[in-house]
Design a protein around this ligand. Structure first.
Ligand code: ATP
Ligand code: MG
Length: 397
């Protein structure tokens, strides 16, 4: 067995995985895990840190190509090697376009597999070590906090989740404010920024880690903020969507967690942010108008490959008590509710004094709920069993 490399096998069908396992083992390479879905593969990749993912590409091609595409997006640092019994140029082209680094023919040959692994691993190392300080580029978790209606608690959740992560996990956390009309994240954190995301985007060509640092404001909790302008301008700044995508990519290589506060509309910039995200916290209040708008968002993006498995519906009773129960909401949305934030007057009180509620009132209902959401969503501590546990089954803790 060649223990120099460890790979993860990905295939929906158990039989096909078994076949692949036999072939790879016969070629003398260690299999460190098997995944039947993209989600499982992503979790395994984080846990087992394989040198590559191996996936078989057979007719019908669409399914395998879709998996490759999703894996390549979610795990840009883990090379994907496709294996196929067809030797066609067409398959090679399609698999490589989807994100595979190489396509090997069946039956697998040990020398070919080892050679491909050696090349992809070397390339990855070269890329990872090009950072000035010699440390490999980490790929952070990106969380978009979005909701199509105003005032449902997006900014409140984004900054509180950010502060909680920064103080409890001791990791590098940044909140990015994409709402250029309001810039409320800085206000809620009681920060007065000199420079904003608009300035960063105007300097994208020259942006690197040091330049970015000079645009970021630090909160006392250790949370970093890339703010939106807080002074109202004549015209709302329109951010260039492509550059926003590039910026989020850069930030996720410098920070362990990138939390994005969004404006209440699904425009090109927000779409780019959702595409770049590991999780999308889709927030709604319990009001009919908000539920209706949320349902429309789910209808629109729920079917897109990039959004599957990422969308987590979060209800928030931001304004008043409401009689709609979780079941009613799930029936109305046609989607599972992942989390329910309780109504808590401490949220508004804290915000009036420019403090996140998780710091001002850590024992309050809202703070406890946000804390639990952090651990359940991101992992670090097991989620409490019962209640929400049923909804959260299958999510890494
Ligand atoms: N769980 C809660 N309990 C009580 N008040 C809340 C809660 N969540 C949010 N609020 C209050 O609701 C108001 C709106 O919250 P927030 O600004 O976070 O919403 P938003 O979705 O970001 O709004 P916008 O779309 O305008 O950016 C704030 O005054 C906030 O203090
Ligand atoms: Mg907001």
């Amino acid at each position: 067995m060649n223990d120099a490399y460890g790979i993860v096998l990905v295939d929906e069908a158990q039989e096909d995985r078994l076949r692949l396992r036999k072939e790879v083992s016969a070629a003398g390479i260690s299999v460190v895990g098997e995944a039947s879905s993209t989600q499982e593969a992503v979790t395994l990749a984080h846990e087992a840190q394989p040198d590559a993912m191996v996936i078989s590409v057979e007719e019908p091609l669409a399914r395998a190509l879709r998996t490759i595409e999703m894996l390549a997006t979610a795990l840009s640092e883990t090379p994907i090697i496709a294996v196929s019994s067809e030797h066609s140029r067409e398959i090679l082209r399609k698999a490589v376009l989807a994100g595979a680094r190489d396509v090997l023919s069946r039956p697998l040959r040990k020398d070919e597999l080892v050679e491909t692994l050696a090349v992809v691993v070397k390339r990855r190392e070269q890329r990872g070590w090009t950072e000035g300080n010699g440390a490999p580029l980490p790929q952070g978790t990106v969380v978009s906090v979005f909701g199509p209606k105003g005032g449902v608690g997006k900014t409140t959740l984004a900054i509180n989740l950010g502060v909680h992560l920064a103080t409890q996990s001791k990791e590098r956390v940044i909140v990015v404010d994409l709402d250029t009309q309001v810039g409320a994240a800085a206000v809620m954190l009681n920060l007065l920024p000199n420079r904003t995301i608009v300035d960063v985007l105007q300097n994208m060509r020259h942006v690197d880690r040091d330049v970015l640092k000079s645009f970021v404001v630090e909160h006392a909790s250790g949370l970093a903020l890339l703010p939106a302008p807080i002074w109202t301008t004549e015209q709302e700044e329109e951010l260039p969507a492509d550059d926003v995508g590039r910026l989020l990519g850069l930030l996720s290589s410098y920070y362990d967690y990138v939390i994005i506060d969004t404006p209440p509309r699904l425009d090109a910039v927000v779409l780019r942010s959702l595409q770049a995200s590991t999780f999308i916290l889709l927030m709604t209040s319990l009001e009919v108008a908000s539920l209706h708008a949320t349902k429309r968002v789910l209808e629109r993006i729920g079917k897109w490959e990039f959004a599957k498995d990422k969308i987590k519906v979060v209800t928030n009773v931001s304004n008043s008590a409401n009689s709609l129960g979780q079941r009613d909401i799930e029936a109305a949305l046609g989607y599972e509710v992942f989390w329910s934030l309780p109504h808590d007057p401490n949220v508004a009180i804290a915000s009036q004094v420019g403090q996140p509620v998780v710091q001002a009132y850590p024992r309050s209902k809202a703070s406890q709920s946000i804390s639990q959401l952090h651990y359940t969503l991101i992992g670090a501590q097991p989620a409490r069993s019962g209640g929400l546990g049923t909804l959260l089954r299958g999510w890494k803790s």
